[in-house]
Design a protein around this ligand. Structure first.
Ligand code: SF4
Length: 353
């Protein structure tokens, strides 16, 4: 059986042609799946029953099971989803006044092993398929009766270590869900080969590089994969990405108290950002249970930010959303058991849960 959401519109059209199913039925099918976020063929009530039955034989919609949902007062909602093989992943819905974003996972667990991150604690299990990535968006759309406008690959996993599937998912998100590639952000811990490969594909996606330190030695202590992806090669790759795509990159910088929040670090970061013509996004650390790191006091965060601004570096501070429910950056935890339901969890609209 074919995994429906891993197929492009062209793949579906050619399959239906082989089945001698009229093209307009294919358009109706795509509309149900991507615009109406249908979770089953049964509900596609403008399609003849015989066709719905045939689609059930041909395709697997791979609808993930909602295991848990934790909603914060700002509307942010973190979902724990169970995949068809029993593995658990997480995604986060972030509603704003002008857009509806979803932070998606790209892998089950993560092989990178950043020391401040909760997502890699149980190691790496496998890559997600394009369909499993796309299904996170459709799940959020169904649960919130909304259309997603922006996608960020900042959930569990390193997207550039699963580049082919992330690219295919981006193609489906763009062409079938109508979300511009410019509204899809891929966040990487700094995989040089992946950045160059993404540049060669002339991807229009926004690239966010999690720098976290402008010093090679310190980067290696925070992000173990940094030793195989040293700063000189990384900055060359960032230049290459800009040269090939014309898209400015964002440097993500997690501010950790007493670790990387000195003025010396701010000045080195400013020099790097200016060289790369990059925007800097500061993310004050959110406490992760069991990790020895803390968020810097507000005064130190301000001084760091001011040091960048004084050197004309375009700097923003990430609006904090959902930290109360551990839905902020680096707080998505790959869980290994489906027995995670809690008393206050929200009920799902779908039949699962
Ligand atoms: S921060 Fe990202 S790349 Fe690093 S371990 Fe966590 S999920 Fe992986």
């Amino acid at each position: 059986m074919l995994k429906y959401h891993s197929l492009s519109g062209a793949d579906i059209a050619s399959l239906l042609e082989q089945e001698k199913i009229p093209a307009f039925r294919g358009r109706q099918l795509q509309d149900w799946v991507y615009s109406k976020s249908a979770g089953s063929f049964r509900e596609m009530n403008n399609l003849p029953l015989v066709l719905r039955t045939r689609f059930e034989e041909l395709f697997d919609l791979e609808v993930p099971e909602g295991v848990r949902a934790e909603r914060s007062s700002d509307g942010t909602c973190k979902y724990v989803l169970k995949l068809s093989d029993g593995n658990l992943i997480e995604c986060v819905y972030l509603p704003y006044s002008d857009r509806r974003s979803v932070c998606v996972s790209s892998q089950v667990g993560c092989p990178v092993g950043c020391v401040f991150c909760a997502s890699c604690e149980n190691g790496y299990v496998r890559d997600l398929t394009p369909g499993e990535i796309v299904n996170q968006l459709l799940f959020v759309q169904r649960e919130n009766a909304c259309r997603v406008t922006h996608v960020v690959f900042m959930g569990i996993g390193e997207p550039l270590l699963n580049l082919d599937n992330v690219e295919k998912a981006a193609e489906i998100i763009n062409k079938e869900m109508g979300i511009s590639r410019r509204r899809i952000t891929v966040s990487t811990s700094g995989i040089i080969k992946g950045i160059r490969a993404l540049a060669d594909k002339k991807s229009e996606m926004t690239l966010a590089l999690s720098l976290h330190s402008p010093f090679q030695e310190q980067r290696e202590t925070l992000i173990p994969a940094a030793s195989a992806n040293p700063l000189p090669g990384l900055t060359d790759a960032a230049d290459y990405y800009f040269g090939k795509t014309g898209r400015r990159i964002t440097l993500e910088y997690l501010l950790i108290d007493g670790v990387n929040d000195s003025i010396k670090a701010a000045n080195a970061l400013a020099a790097l950002a200016k060289r790369l013509k990059a925007h800097v996004n500061l993310i004050p650390y959110n406490k992760v249970e069991g990790k020895p790191f803390r968020r810097p006091p507000e005064k130190k965060i301000k001084s760091f930010e001011n040091a960048l601004l004084a050197q004309n570096v375009q700097t923003t501070r990430r609006a904090e959303r959902g930290s109360a429910k551990a839905a902020a950056c680096g707080q998505l935890r790959y869980e290994t058991s489906s027995n995670t339901k809690k008393e206050n969890d929200v009920c799902f609209k779908g039949s699962q849960s």
